[in-house]
Design a protein around this ligand. Structure first.
Ligand SMILES: Cc1cc2nc3c(=O)[nH]c(=O)nc-3n(C[C@H](O)[C@H](O)[C@H](O)COP(=O)(O)OP(=O)(O)OC[C@H]3O[C@@H](n4cnc5c(N)ncnc54)[C@H](O)[C@@H]3O)c2cc1C
Length: 357
């Protein structure tokens, strides 16, 4: 059971900035995301595309913005080792239940059994929990050699080293995974055979990516399998083969050691709709003074909220997180004076940020 001041649901850009703003105001937060990495849409949908409208940052990619937000929040997201996950960042957990406690405060529960209690909750859930699109085939629930994500670090060990890996998909996320695995910096971690399975011999990817994958196909480092998986052969916890329907109408059996599905992500609003806050068109309705929902103590920031004039832009989410943090700090500590402090000049903020003066 986690006990903290604030729980932030969603480790997208706005959730990460929320932790930073809460930290500046002296509030401890834990942050939870269903994805295996932080960054929300920036990492799941456009990690390598440029963003041009962050104030003071002429251009950065989705990945760079995420790295900068993590670095900025690091005084309030401490890790046990330089490359370890921050202790208060809980990845791979879908928040499924949120309850108001009769004695005050909130309790939430994740699908993996994590339980947490806090005085305030910040919903930074974007368009909902990102879950990877899967194959709609029976028998795959318990198999262990079916994957959706690449190892976190580009040079990390892979589960398919020296084996036959099929990557399913024909857009950026499938092609970039194929490139990454074909060119893994440690040749021992590359698959012995790497196939790209797509319904046709045409990809929906960036030109440059398309060209690089085609070049590896020409040298035999990546093999293209054209067709649609229509059935799976499973033995125990292993997927051993796919039945693939080809463009010629024939179904063929394709043996494999590992299957990596890269068909994109779809956001699932799911559990959030049952938590009792007033919703408008599946967004959490908030006050623009506090970004509090219809339930006092539950705030909603970023793409998940709605109010007159709402724009789903990063900088609007950052503003919302700032005002929500100030409102929560004033509500949780009514006895403390709520002076506006500047990070430039305030010794208290420097102390919280761990900056020696
Ligand atoms: C292609 C593209 C380009 C864009 N370019 C720009 C741009 O140039 N400038 C700009 O300002 N904006 C841009 N945006 C919009 C911007 O990305 C969003 O406004 C921003 O990501 C919203 O951040 P967020 O933190 O609110 O939500 P998200 O980024 O959606 O993050 C929400 C996170 O919450 C998690 N989550 C949700 N529910 C749960 C749950 N129940 N349990 C656990 N985790 C949960 C999700 O998995 C996700 O990781 C772009 C968007 C797209 C798709």
């Amino acid at each position: 059971m986690i006990h903290t001041d604030a729980l932030v649901i969603g480790a997208g850009p706005v959730g990460l900035f929320q932790v930073f703003q809460l930290g500046l105001l002296g509030l401890k937060a834990d942050i939870i995301d269903v994805l295996p990495h932080a960054g929300g849409q920036c990492m799941a949908l456009y990690p390598d595309k440029p963003i041009y409208d962050i104030p003071g940052v002429p251009v950065c990619t989705g990945r760079e913005l995420t790295q900068q937000l993590l670095a900025q929040a690091s005084p309030f997201m401490p890790a046990d080792a330089p490359d370890a996950l921050p202790r208060n960042l809980h990845l791979g957990h879908m928040v499924s239940e949120l309850r108001v406690l009769p004695e005050g405060g909130f309790e939430l529960l994740t699908d993996k059994g994590l339980q947490a209690r806090a005085h305030a909750v910040f919903i930074a859930a974007g368009a909902g929990a990102f879950v990877p699109r899967g194959l709609n085939l029976p028998g795959l629930d318990a198999v262990r050699n079916l994957h959706y994500f690449l190892p976190e670090q580009a040079d990390a060990a892979t589960p398919w080293a020296g084996q036959h890996l099929i990557i399913h998909g024909g857009a950026d996320e499938a092609l970039s995974a194929a490139l990454e695995m074909a060119l893994h910096p440690d040749p021992a971690q590359r698959p012995a055979r790497l196939s790209l399975l797509h319904r046709r011999d045409q990809f929906q990817a960036e030109d440059e990516l398309d060209k690089r994958v085609r070049a590896l196909m020409a040298t035999g480092q990546i093999e293209l399998i054209v067709g649609m998986p229509v059935a799976a052969q499973v033995e125990g916890e292993q997927l051993t083969a796919l039945q693939i329907l080809g463009a010629d109408g024939q179904t063929r059996t394709q043996q494999l050691d590992h299957l990596l599905i890269r068909l994109g992500m779809s956001p699932k609003l799911g559990p959030l709709t049952t938590w009792g806050m007033a919703l408008e068109r599946k967004q959490v309705a908030v006050s623009t003074a506090s970004f509090e929902s219809s339930i006092p103590g539950i705030y909603a920031v970023g793409d998940i909220n709605t109010y007159p004039g709402k724009k789903r832009l990063l900088l609007c989410g950052f503003h919302e997180a700032t005002l929500a943090a100030h409102h929560a700090a004033a509500t949780l500590h009514p006895e403390a004076p709520q002076h506006l402090l500047y990070t430039t000049t305030s010794p208290l903020l420097h102390q919280r940020l761990g900056i020696a003066k």
